[in-house]
Write a protein that binds this ligand. Structure first.
Ligand code: FES
Length: 98
């Protein structure tokens, strides 16, 4: 779990939740969560660039839509896994379905 204030200084942050590395982003009024590990060769996405709803992997420039996980630009060939986010007060909760 993370706090809204965790994303106030920088809109993208890696958090460790239930043994998984998750990237959390704040875009407009929304929060999104997705695997921090790029589906190409494992680049740390939270260390990449966030531009609007697009995250760019710092290793080879692969791009994903943070809202859906859709692949926007190779070299990755697989989409990112995303997770539902729930805001409760100051808390950002990530919902895992498995
Ligand atoms: S590891 Fe992300 S584009 Fe290669």
């Amino acid at each position: 779990m993370a706090k809204i204030s965790d994303l106030s200084a920088h809109p993208m942050k890696k958090v460790r939740v239930s043994g998984r590395d998750i990237a959390l982003v704040h875009v407009g009024e929304q929060y999104y969560a997705f695997d921090n590990t790029c589906t190409h060769k494992g680049g740390p996405l939270a260390k990449g660039e966030l531009s609007g709803e697009t995250v760019t992997c710092p290793w080879h420039g692969g791009m994903f839509d943070v809202r859906t996980g859709d692949l926007l630009h190779p070299p990755p060939v697989e989409r990112l896994r995303t997770y539902p986010v729930r805001i409760t007060g100051e808390d950002i909760e990530i919902e895992f379905t498995d």
